[in-house]
Design a protein around this ligand. Structure first.
Ligand SMILES: Cc1cc2nc3c(=O)[nH]c(=O)nc-3n(C[C@H](O)[C@H](O)[C@H](O)COP(=O)(O)OP(=O)(O)OC[C@H]3O[C@@H](n4cnc5c(N)ncnc54)[C@H](O)[C@@H]3O)c2cc1C
Length: 477
């Protein structure tokens, strides 16, 4: 049978779309097969609570998308993508009514962390200055020849440290420690784990270099802009087309799978050599999440004034408390006071809610495959820093592990990272290779966040996987 297209991409998440665009730009005919009725995977928006309230189903805040070398090279603004920068990217309230803040400006951030100003500046200023160089280095497989060895070595020396160690060695006071610990908790690792500092550094200096922006009209706009550009390049997308076996696909030279390692095992495990299959079977999940979206009658009555101007708020209090909550979730215990991430997009984007009303996006870290409804614990954490919050709630939409998996098979067990991002699995993601996207099945590549550089909306897994396919199958550099 003749090839029906040069390449098929399974899944229309940011990485699937990035892979499809990379192939289409190289002149390949591409078909994207998406299981859901809507495109976007982890970059979707919907009226989850009430009509007129537009919620981000998964991703909300996008330093990695705004700083992605691949996305930056695409004409996404032409297709409607518009970034909004909140007044303050991130606020971290403390029990005394104050808040530590990550501002766009390194000096302003440092100046407000009194007692730790010099150390913060010393740590972050060179990293923020080197964003372009460093993004180039860490948004690709770890096994590569660095193009910017000096910048990478400085970053690596700090990044490898456990977050608790780096934070407590460097900073003397709680605001700086709590701020850094909250950002490190994005790793889903215990903060005592080697490499947990990497997340705090990357997201921290991304905040300075590119901000923590939200897209006008929701994360769906990222996927829509990518899809519109793909269509312009001649690519096609079919929704409601779930792929359960590689035999379901049309004849093609290349298949790129925007699916997790565990889905890949289900779809094609029987065709994999046993050594490779065993390696994938031993790939570890990250902890899970429990998410709630709220429709609110008014803005949240935060005690700390800075929180009223911030796009993202980290709720967990002091560093030791955050470390304990993350340790619990990692070890399979449900934290009594979980670390909660909150985004209040409607404060900066009037398209998200009816006039005067608001949306709130919140999730906390829980053990993998947690079955418990932890809404009360999330709301207690919000109330702790914003007394009266519950009185503002008009409607709630909750998503536990089972709901997340139902909405996207890649999110089984509530793992939103495509597998744990510990040091070992960052280096070997999912296998130790300079081209970890290639699978032992000829012409089949993995391109999801289970490959480097891992989770987040940045498209770089898809871009690198497609580049590998172009090189190896089509002989294109
Ligand atoms: C609640 C939540 C909050 C998040 N917050 C942020 C954030 O604020 N910022 C950020 O940068 N990142 C965030 N993320 C992470 C981010 O969404 C993911 O890392 C990113 O979307 C991964 O992209 P991907 O293309 O690899 O996979 P996905 O986005 O998961 O896309 C995979 C696509 O493939 C489809 N698919 C899966 N299996 C099949 C199949 N068998 N056949 C056909 N189609 C299939 C799925 O339906 C889905 O559309 C969040 C994720 C979640 C769930």
């Amino acid at each position: 049978m003749a090839d029906e297209c040069d390449a098929v991409v399974v899944g229309s998440g940011p990485n699937g779309l990035a892979a499809a665009i990379t192939l289409a730009r190289a002149g390949c005919s591409v078909l994207v097969c998406e299981a859901n009725s809507t495109i976007g995977g982890g970059a979707r928006s919907a009226e989850l609570t009430l009509p007129g309230f537009l919620h981000d189903v998964c991703s909300a805040v996008h330093p990695l998308a705004a700083g992605s070398p691949f996305f930056k090279a695409l004409p996404l603004e032409r297709f409607g993508l518009e970034w909004i920068q909140p007044d303050i990217p991130l606020a971290h309230p403390l029990d005394d009514g104050s808040a530590a803040c990550l501002h766009r400006d390194v000096d302003l951030t440092a100046d407000r962390l009194s007692g730790d100003s010099q150390r913060y500046r010393w740590l972050m200023k060179p990293l923020a200055r080197d964003w372009e160089k460093l993004a180039d280095e860490f948004l690709q497989p770890m096994l590569h020849l660095p193009r910017h060895p000096v910048a990478l070595a400085r970053f690596g020396a700090f990044a490898i440290c456990p977050a608790t160690f780096l934070t407590k060695t460097l900073f003397r006071h709680e605001p700086a420690r709590a701020l850094f610990a909250g950002i490190a908790a994005h790793s889903f690792l215990p903060l005592e784990a080697p490499g947990s500092s990497a997340f705090a550094l990357v997201l921290g200096f991304a905040g300075h270099a590119v901000g923590w922006p939200v897209p006008r009209r929701g994360a769906q706009q990222i996927a829509n802009a990518l899809a519109a550009y793909l269509h312009e390049l001649g690519g096609k997308i079919e929704v409601n087309r779930r792929v359960d076996s590689l035999d379901d696909l049309p004849t093609t030279r290349v298949i790129l799978l925007d699916v997790s390692v565990w889905q890949f095992l289900r779809i094609a495990g029987h065709r994999l050599p046993s050594r490779y299959r065993r390696r994938l079977e031993s790939f570890r999940h990250a902890a899970g999440i429990f998410k709630i979206d709220y429709a609110l009658s008014s803005p949240i009555p935060w005690k700390a004034e800075a929180c009223r101007r911030a796009g993202t708020i980290h709720l967990g209090g002091r560093i030791d408390e955050i470390a304990a909550a993350e340790r619990d979730a990692f070890r399979g215990n449900i934290p009594e006071r979980p670390f909660v991430l909150v985004a209040q997009q409607s404060l900066f984007d009037e398209t998200r809610a009816p006039l005067g009303q608001h949306t709130l996006w919140a999730y906390c870290h829980v053990p993998f495959n947690c079955k418990l409804d932890v809404s009360d614990r999330i709301e207690s954490q919000i109330e702790r820093f914003a007394p009266g919050f519950r009185d503002c709630v008009i409607a709630r939409h909750k998503m536990g592990a089972a709901d997340l998996e139902k909405s996207n098979s890649n999110l089984a067990g509530g793992d939103i990272s495509g597998g744990a991002a510990d040091l070992m699995q960052l280096i070997a993601r999912p296998t130790l290779s300079p081209t970890p996207y290639r699978t032992p099945i000829r012409g089949v590549y993995l391109c999801s966040s289970s490959t480097p550089p891992g989770g987040g909306v940045h498209g770089m897994c898809g871009y690198h996987a497609a580049r590998a396919a172009l090189r190896e199958v089509f002989g294109k550099r």
